[in-house]
Design a protein around this ligand. Structure first.
Ligand code: ADP
Ligand code: MG
Length: 344
């Protein structure tokens, strides 16, 4: 039970917007005008602007049953910033639009905005506007993220060439097994509410699903080390699907080595407990929000120095196809929904 419940109606739409943005402070020098007018004004100081938007629907993209509102706010921002990072750009601003019903109290929305502001402060991003409207069917969240990059220094999906190294940041598959775990515990809770969820020793995978982080650190590192990837994408839908996007857009094939795919020990343990193949979790799980990119072979020495980046394969001629070489040395065609074809 909430301690105190303030009805949205008691504030009204404008009162609610004022309330949610009352402590909003801007940090970016380029933010000339923020919340409060018909539009925000941003100075880019000659840098190029990168824009991305996402729509999140309750029941489709998130479940309030195991997603605390604060985490939801944080994650909604994080996944948008990840798209900006995937262009090798630096996120600077967001707008947040929400569709809400009177099912939510002002206190509940405060929690959601706490998460939004936490992500903004973590990534030095300003909240500069949004829209607030009524939704009778679940909570709707739309976030637009804006970023900046030195002229011409953004990285698209279509620049990979045969023999470029295929690299990924962090590790993969954890968010997928984290979600499976939360869903299992939710089911148990629905059947027997007195049973407390058993999430012991699972903090890494739970964190990966509830609090993903965009890899702005990898973008900064690549920029500082003068490494210009030839193509880049963020891993939101599973590794195989993202690799195939790079291959299709770049008109290349690829070779991916199963034994190179970075998978956290906790992810492996959880996958084994669920009787699923950890590689399948990485290939088809999704929601990892790591960066997948290609670099010229000459960059290998530099890339190898960063323990947060793993070379997992290389790009090939289109005629060679897009393949994964399994641990046992067999070659299989990579498919977007991939592990059936891939089972030996
Ligand atoms: P308009 O009628 O021009 O759409 P609004 O009354 O919707 O203006 O918004 C007033 C100001 O508050 C604008 O600067 C808008 O960007 C901002 N705003 C509205 N809703 C939100 C929200 N949910 N979060 C942050 N800012 C918001
Ligand atoms: Mg409006």
């Amino acid at each position: 039970m909430e301690e105190h419940r303030t009805e949205i109606a008691s504030l009204g739409e404008f009162g609610l917007i004022d309330h949610l943005t009352r402590n909003n402070e801007t940090m970016q020098a380029g933010t000339l005008l923020s919340v409060g007018d018909d539009a925000a004004v941003v100075d880019n100081f000659g840098r190029q602007t990168v824009i991305s938007t996402d729509l999140l629907l309750e029941g489709v993209h998130f479940d309030l049953m195991y997603m605390p509102l604060k985490h939801l706010g944080y994650k909604a921002v994080a996944v948008n910033l990840s798209d900006i990072c995937a262009m090798m750009a630096t996120p600077t601003h967001i707008t947040v639009s929400i569709g809400i019903s009177n099912r939510f109290s002002v206190e509940a929305l405060d929690e959601f905005y706490d998460g939004i502001y936490a992500a903004c402060s973590q990534y030095n991003v300003d909240l500069i506007g949004g829209d607030t409207t009524t939704s009778h069917k679940g909570f709707v969240i739309s976030i637009t993220a804006i970023g900046e990059v030195a002229p011409g220094k953004f990285v698209t999906r279509d620049g990979a060439k045969p023999n470029d190294l295929l690299c990924v940041s962090g590790d993969l598959g954890a968010a997928y097994v984290g979600l499976q775990l939360l869903e299992r515990e939710k089911k148990i809770f629905m059947e027997t509410p007195q049973v407390q969820p058993d999430l012991e020793n699972r903090s890494y995978i739970i964190g990966r699903i509830l609090k993903p982080e965009p890899r702005a650190d990898i973008v900064t590192w690549l920029q500082e080390n003068d490494i210009m990837p030839t193509s880049m994408i963020d891993v939101s839908d599973g590794l195989s699907s993202e690799i195939l996007h790079l291959c299709t857009r770049s008109h290349t094939g690829c070779v991916l080595y199963e034994d190179k795919i970075p998978i956290h020990a906790e992810t492996r343990e959880m996958a084994f407990e669920f009787n699923i193949d950890p590689t399948a979790c990485a290939l088809s799980g999704g929601e990892d929000y790591e960066l997948l990119f290609t670099v010229k072979q000459e960059e290998y020495e530099k890339i190898a120095k960063n323990s947060n980046i793993t070379v997992i394969g290389y790009m090939a001629e289109t005629t060679e196809g897009s393949n994964i070489i399994t641990r046992s040395g067999k070659k299989h065609a990579l498919t977007a929904q991939g592990w059936n074809a891939f089972k030996e």
